[in-house]
Design a protein around this ligand. Structure first.
Ligand SMILES: Nc1nc2c(c(=O)[nH]1)N(C=O)[C@@H](CNc1ccc(C(=O)N[C@@H](CCC(=O)O)C(=O)O)cc1)CN2
Ligand SMILES: Nc1nc2c(ncn2[C@@H]2O[C@H](COP(=O)(O)OP(=O)(O)OP(=O)(O)O)[C@@H](O)[C@H]2O)c(=O)[nH]1
Ligand SMILES: [Mg+2]
Length: 449
């Protein structure tokens, strides 16, 4: 699907739906300038100006058959980009009008009358990719940039768009190619005696780099797509109060009566640069009440599905020994932060690794925000490219698998594994992918991007 109609001229509204100061209709393809000539009236015809110029004038509808003047849709600008010096690599024209949905839909309709067809989602960026102006990881970064809700997400996407991931992948591939060359030399000229370190050192370097890259996958996805945090604890532990303190308004009902929260509820906020959905849940306890029991069951399921669980225990009353809710009781590897609540009251207990917080005074909340950031982003190095999609993580995982296999195997078999690893790496940047992979990437784009 994605590669059909590549020589068509496509058009779409590039700006967001709704009213705005300015709105843009973008046209790309061999007939872009002809389309512009047909609907733009200014001092010069768009097809007569050099790329990189803009014209001021009027956007006009079709000329009536009776020879009267065409209807003026709006005044506006026409930007001319001549291929290959454009976003897509083809001729591109932007028609910039006032940002009115009524104007934009008429301008778009006119481009279609003049020979353009509606662009499919992501088709402008797809063309840039197919023209070799972006690699696939950069195209994914474009999507992440458009969707970025926080500065951390923007920063990662911006690094990705600049090609940081491609650069890192190329460095890893270079190590593998060095190893392959050493192996080949050894197989072809065994009598020359190529030293073993020639193969071990670059392989070890590639392994380390791939592990670091994979270590960033969770951070990259969390920063891009956000994370769900479940608040779990016994009735009255202070879950709803903590949620309210974190979001800064009375989102959830708080009372001294245990069992106040029955159904779960969600609130969105930004924590350490990550878009977070906090989930308040019913207090967990044995109960005869069917409604409450349903809430308890739901709370545990929500904890299970969350990216991170905050386990709250009331610090103002003696700690219940060995409750299944103590953070220490959670299975190894579970992502849990243990909290001792109501830290403004005299502490009835304390435990190592459990953070004291007070919803009432705000004590411990900065530390909690920091701990959440650490748990979600890990120590993924700042300034380096992160893997931001599952597709990228999967390719990196396969590359690592083959590199590790190569390190274990005799020479003849190792070179096969290295070739597989290189293939997986080139998928990361999209040099060696099937059309359906490309389609899957661009399917998530909006029309006009
Ligand atoms: N109005 C507008 N703003 C926009 C875009 C756009 O298409 N239109 N972009 C799109 O999403 C982004 C900018 N990306 C772009 C990337 C390359 C070229 C381009 O024409 N490159 C040519 C010419 C470079 C030059 O003159 O120096 C080239 O690379 O050869 C344009 C926009 C963000 N802002
Ligand atoms: N002193 C003090 N009291 C708190 C704090 N947090 C909560 N409380 C009180 O503890 C009681 C229970 O608070 P909630 O936030 O409703 O507790 P919950 O965990 O949501 O309870 P359920 O919804 O019943 O499971 C209320 O009376 C709160 O005012 C705190 O930080 N300090
Ligand atoms: Mg509650």
């Amino acid at each position: 699907m994605s590669r059909s109609g590549l020589s068509d001229t496509i058009a779409a509204i590039a700006t967001a739906p709704g009213s705005a100061g300015v709105g843009i209709v973008r046209v790309s393809g061999p007939r872009a300038l002809e389309v512009a000539d047909g609907l733009f009236r200014g001092r010069r015809r768009p097809s007569r100006v050099a790329g990189g110029r803009f014209l001021f004038g009027q956007l006009v509808a079709a000329s009536p058959a009776d020879g009267t003047a065409p209807e003026v849709l709006d005044e506006g600008l026409c930007l001319v980009f001549r291929g290959p010096h454009s976003y897509t690599g083809d001729d591109v024209v932007e028609l910039q009008s006032h940002g009115s949905p009524a104007v934009l839909s008429r301008v778009l309709a006119r481009t279609l009358e003049l020979g353009a067809r509606p662009a499919r989602p992501g088709e402008f960026t797809l063309r840039a990719y197919l023209a070799g102006r972006l690699d696939l990881a950069q195209a994914e970064a474009v999507l992440n940039l458009v969707e970025a809700q926080t500065d951390a997400a923007r920063r990662q996407a911006s690094l990705g768009l600049a090609g940081a991931l491609g650069t890192q992948v190329a460095a890893i591939a270079a190590q593998l190619i060095r190893t392959l060359a050493a192996l080949q030399a050894m197989l072809d000229y065994p009598e020359e005696g190529v030293p073993d370190e020639d193969r071990a050192a670059p392989l070890a370097a590639a392994t380390t780099q791939l592990r670091t890259l994979l270590g960033s996958a969770r951070a990259g996805q969390v920063a891009t797509r956000g994370a769900r945090l479940a608040l779990i604890g016994r009735p009255n532990a202070g879950k709803s109060s903590l949620l309210n303190a974190l979001v800064g308004y009375e989102r959830s009902i708080v009372t001294p009566i245990p069992g106040t929260t029955r159904d779960y509820l969600e609130a969105g906020l930004e924590l350490s640069g990550v878009p977070v959905t906090l989930v308040d849940t019913a207090g967990v306890r044995e109960t005869e009440d069917d409604i409450e029991a349903a809430g308890v069951k739901q709370a545990l399921a929500l904890a299970e599905a969350a990216d991170l669980v905050l386990v709250l225990e009331d610090g103002s009353v003696p700690r219940e020994p060995a409750t299944p809710l103590q953070s220490a009781e959670w299975p190894q590897g579970a992502r849990v932060i243990g909290l001792r609540t109501k830290a403004d009251l005299p502490a009835a207990w304390s435990a190592e690794g459990v953070l004291g917080v007070s919803a009432r005074t705000g004590q411990g909340l900065p530390e909690l925000r920091e701990a959440v950031g650490r748990a979600l982003l890990g120590d993924a190095a700042r300034g380096e490219a992160w893997l931001t999609t599952e597709r990228q993580a999967d390719a990196a995982r396969r590359a690592l698998f083959h590199v590790e296999a190569a390190a274990q195997l005799p020479d003849e078999l190792a070179s096969y594994e290295l070739e597989e690893a290189l293939r997986a790496l080139s998928e990361l940047t999209g040099q060696d992918v099937q059309e359906d992979v490309v389609d899957a990437v661009f399917r998530n784009f909006c029309v006009g991007k």
